[in-house]
Design a protein around this ligand. Structure first.
Ligand SMILES: [Zn+2]
Length: 92
């Protein structure tokens, strides 16, 4: 006697042989929700692209110097910038 559990394999085999019913055809009131549409790969790629894209910030120093800097997304909040005019440090 083996201790293997064949339930999953048996269920897969049954679905393969008999087919599966679409849950949206069951007309179940309320209880079961139809499966959510899966986000497309293009949407996923756009989201990833957006989260990795460098961030552009306008830094204003106490001395009045202003500069636009491009910071990599993973370094936002960690970068310490030094003013080239007065040498003051500021967070970006
Ligand atoms: Zn400055």
């Amino acid at each position: 006697m083996t201790m293997r559990d064949f339930r999953k394999a048996r269920a897969r085999d049954l679905v393969a042989r008999r087919g599966a019913d679409d849950i949206t055809d069951m007309n179940v009131p309320g209880g079961l929700t139809p499966p959510r549409p899966r986000p497309s790969k293009a949407e996923d790629r756009a989201l990833i692209e957006q989260s990795v894209a460098p961030v552009t910030r306008l830094i204003v120093c106490k001395c009045g110097r202003r500069a636009t800097v491009k910071i990599p997304a993973e370094r936002v909040g960690l970068v310490s910038l030094v003013c080239s005019k007065c040498g003051a440090k500021s967070k970006a």
